[in-house]
Design a protein around this ligand. Structure first.
Ligand code: SF4
Length: 287
């Protein structure tokens, strides 16, 4: 069964962003397995450009806590809508999917649930525990929302001891009002610092191409390093649909390489920077 093109592609895309879509039966197997278990993935929800490659490698990033988000970030394809009731069977089904896919590294993320008192933190913790039980040999990475700065909610996740605590700053602080209006840059940094202080490997990422300067990106890398983040991903923003804003520019691969060099020069051990890098792209390689 062919892999479908994940999103509209502009003919003006530079060569380094043109994707060759593999035709692989494993893609369909991964997609069908996720559907059979009634799960969501951010790969599909966000129309990730890497979905063909990742699904063909039997890799996916599970999206828990429903399909509707309580925020409306400008870059994101996940729908803003009425939040769904929590599904208590979801953690077990995520673990079962990880088992059937043979995952060595499971990545779990969620929509933002500002409607829940703990922001969904207990559900994340339950998912981590289910994965530990069902796939004890796999490492677990969670890509969490900011829980509106609630330290007790974050503690629920930290106490479940994921192998990687990921939280994206997404863009430079000067662009938050336009790109991530309901979030707070410093609040995100504090979350990452709390994770690092708890002894967990802290990871964060951002997209470029929104109109930020390279000096602003350097400042974000410095901020992340200062807060104890040891893994940083930087990729090109691509609009997931024609309803989303066009990128202001396409950053050349050499500039991504320079950003990686800059981070390493500061002492950030894991810099993963390239046009198609996403927060969970090849995530297992960090661990
Ligand atoms: S990069 Fe992440 S979100 Fe995109 S397809 Fe791969 S696993 Fe899914």
């Amino acid at each position: 069964m062919p892999c479908e093109k994940p999103s509209p592609r502009s003919s003006r895309l530079p060569e380094w962003l043109r994707i060759t879509l593999p035709q692989d039966r494993t893609f369909a197997r991964t997609r069908d397995l996720v559907a059979d278990l009634g799960l969501n993935t951010v790969c599909q929800g966000a129309r990730c450009p890497n979905i063909c490659e990742c699904f063909a490698r039997s890799t996916a990033t599970f999206l828990i806590l429903g399909r509707s988000c309580t925020r409306g970030c400008a870059f994101c394809n996940i729908g803003l809508g009425r939040p769904e009731p929590l599904d208590p069977g979801e953690p077990g089904r995520v673990a079962e999917a990880a088992r059937r896919l043979g995952l060595k590294h499971a990545v779990v993320t969620s929509v933002t649930r500002d409607d829940l008192p703990d922001g969904g933190a207990a559900h994340f913790a339950a998912t981590i525990r289910a994965l530990r039980e069902v796939v004890p040999g796999a490492t677990v990475e969670v890509l969490i929302p900011d829980f509106q700065g609630d330290a007790a909610a974050l503690r629920l996740v930290l106490d479940a001891k994921p192998d990687v605590l990921n939280h994206n700053v997404e863009t430079v602080p000067g662009l938050y009002p336009r790109i991530r209006p309901q979030a707070d840059y410093v609040q995100s940094l504090v979350l990452l610092e709390r994770a690092a202080r708890a002894g967990l490997p802290a990871k964060s990422g951002l997209m470029v191409g929104f109109g930020e300067s390279m000096e602003e990106v350097h400042q974000v890398i410095r901020d992340l390093h200062y807060r104890g983040v040891t893994m940083v991903t930087i990729g090109q923003y691509l609009r997931p649909s024609k309803a989303h804003p066009e990128p202001e520019r396409y950053v050349h691969p050499d500039e991504f390489a320079a950003l990686a060099d800059y981070g390493r020069s500061l002492g950030v051990p894991h810099m993963f920077c390239a046009p198609l890098v996403r927060s969970s792209y090849h995530a297992g390689e960090f661990v």
